[in-house]
Each structure stands twice: as structure tokens, then as C-alpha cells.
Design a protein around this ligand. Sequence first.
Ligand code: PMP
Length: 461
Amino acid sequence: MNVITNHMPTAELQALDAAHHMHPFSTQNDLAARGARVITQANGCFLRDSEGAEILDAMAGLWCVNIGYGREELAEAAARQMKELPYYNTFFMTTHIPAIALAAKLAELAPGDLNHVFYAGSGSEANDTNIRMVRTYWAEKGQPERNVLLARWNGYHGSSMGSGSLGGMVGIHSQGGLPIPDIHHIGQPNWWAEGGSMSEEEFGLMRARELEEKILEIGPERVGAFIAEPVQGAGGVIVAPDSYWPEIQRIVDKYGILLIADEVICGFGRTGNWFGSQTLGIRPHIMTIAKGLSSGYQPIGGSIVCDEVAGVLAACEFNHGYTYSGHPVACAVALENLRILEEEGIIDRVREETGPYLKEKFESLADHPMVGEVKIVGMMGSLALTPHKDSRATFASEAGTVGYMVRERCFANNLIMRHVGDRMIISPPLVISKEEIDLLIDRARLSLDEGMAAVKDAGLW
Ligand code: PMP
């Protein structure tokens, strides 16, 4: 076989890809028929494809490239660590400097008494850890029956057996025998889609109180934890009404259940603070981290755990861990990423300057005839597409048809903006400049115009 390089014609690369590469969350035959776009390079907020197009990546990869592409320092940190100690485990009474240094740094950055880190290779793995950790914690406290975890419909926590069960994605539950036992879901705080005639505040309270109802239905003595994303990401960047989180906090406090904040997207500056829990004013016992921890330059995730839970677990052997838990190269790269986020004041700039600028520009899209609700926190935002704003109507076509059409126009206009159903979402690198934000908004508006024309041509409106 020929050596495969980016000098090969795109069609050949696409044919090899279709023949041998099984893509996540894709219908392989449809993708093969179209040919996957081949991304060859990236710098800052821009990707380059095999045809030489420059694409503005308003999703930061998969919500992860917080410091932007092409930072030499991270490549150098990886190379240094690979030469010094490319791998060693932390299972059998050994440790190493990158794992120590990163854990200490995370304990410093995390709020409250979240002082202990259990490493994983991804967000899914970290949430699997959390399920076992919560159940082991309660068992060690003499309450093994407290093994139920509560989560939310349309939440996303990963796609492994455990994390996919915590998530409330029916598409995931419908394949492969999920959810695993003793995981239950409550409704999501998505007022636009599900709020009916209630005010946002009433609806937020109602949805939070579903947690209390579920606890009482199952029995408070059986419920170990509640997990949620501070802002739902993959579910469509759903920002809860202001009334929601204070009520959730009241309920978890009242019943003494553990609160797990899944910070895989919200962590490391995405919402304008180090963690989404700080932006939303919640006090988790465990935080799930991944993605922005290394800005996606290396696969790494983990759980940051409070003193109480870590203290109880410390007395037993926790029979859990991954070959790549605390991988030295991933830890070294993550540390360098955190240094850059901190020393360059990137999160402060999101909070004080570029975040408010993006908010103003993004909210200006609300005047578009097809845009209903616009939500944005820091550098994550969403637009609900609708044929009729006042009634918050949905399109008659199957959910996602119109979103997909707009996404296609974005793709053609060299803007990566995703759709979740008929919601368009963005999550750009945190280093995006004001000029790049203007470009993002111009391309988004053009794509909305073209998408609307296509929707009308197709008779969907
Ligand atoms: N939790 C959340 C909130 C996520 O958004 C994701 C990934 N999108 C995950 C967990 C799973 O992370 P991973 O894909 O690294 O397993």
C-alpha cells in the first residue's frame, strides 16, 4: 500500500477512510457516500482541510481545544516528558512527578475542599469511575443500599456502559442494553422546548423539584448521588432558568446525597470561570473533568473529589483504575495547558471581554426570522430554530431536519457550528478574538439565511 500522506488526493483518502475507519456517532454508509472532510492542520481557531479551505472552528474540536490549536509549548511538554518518562503506572505503590504536580494544581484550582484527583483517560471513563466511587463510598459508610444515581434526560455523560447510562440520550439507551440498573432520570430544565405556558422561573423550579419527587419515590435511603452538567452541552447548550440550581442545591443538601458536577465541557474556562460550578453557584462533592484539561492535545480525564468522599475511600482498597490513569505525557501536557490558561489570563478575558462581546453579537442573531431563543454562557451558546417565535413552534419535519440543513450551509461556508435537533450550538476556542467573533457571526448569519431559503424551497416552512 502507498504511504498515506496529506499529498494524496482527497478522494483517495476518503475511499480509504470509508473502507477501514469506523466513525463514532455516524451512519457509516451515508458518510462513505459523501466522503468525510479530511482535516490536515490547524492553527488558532482555524482548521485547514485537504482541499486547502480555512474553516473557523466554532466548536473547538469537540468542545475541548480551549487554548486554540498549534501551541508549540504543549508539543514541547509532550516531547520532554516522552524522553524523560514516557509511561509508568500508579497502581502498585509507585507515582511520578507529572501525576503529582497535576493533582496538586487541580486541587489548588478547584473550589472548596475538592482536593483529590482520580485520573482517567476520558470523560466517559471518569464518569464510570464516579458510579463505582459513589457506590463504594456509601457501602464503606455502611449504607450499601444507597446505590441509586439520579441524572437527567438529555444530559450527556459519555457513551460507555456506565456513563451512557448516566446520560439521558435515548439514542444511546436504545443500543447495547443500557441503562445499567439503579440509574434513574428526571426531566431537563429546557424551558424553550418543554416549558409550555409556564414562566421560565416557574418551570426551573418545577424541574428542580422533580429531583425531590424522584428521591421520595425511590426512597431517600437508596439515593447515593445526582449528576448533572452545569450547562447541558451535547443536549443542545441548555442553560437552566435562574431558579433551577439553587433549588437543586437545597434538595441535595436536604437529603444528604452527593452532587456530581460533570464539568467535562464547562470546566477550564468555558463559562468564564475555572469551573461551571463557580459560574452557576453550586457546591459539588465530585467534579468530572476532561476535554479542556489538556485542551484536547492529549486524552485525559478524571474526577476531582472532596475531602469527605476521598477520606472514606482512603480506608479501603478501591479496585478500580485504568492503564492510562495519570499518564505522564498527558499530565505534563495538561499542566502546561493550565499554565497557559492561567498566565495568559485567558479565562479572565473570556469573563470580562470576549465573552460579553460574543454574547452581544450572538444575541443579535435573535432578529433572524428563523431564530427563537438565544442562550449563551461564557463561550458556549445555542440558537433554537423555529418557524414561529411567539408560539415557540417546532418545524413539522422530523426534529433535526432543519438544524441539519443549516449545519450543511455552515459547513459549506467554512464555519463549524453543530446542530442538536433544531438547535444550533457553538463552543469556540477560548482564545477567539473579537475579529474572529465578527467572522463567526457573519458566517452564521449567512448560513441561517441560506438555510432558511433551503427550508422554504423544500416546503418545510
Ligand atoms: N461528560 C460531558 C458533559 C461531555 O460533554 C462528554 C463528551 N462530550 C463526556 C462526559 C464524555 O467524554 P469523552 O468523550 O471524553 O468520553
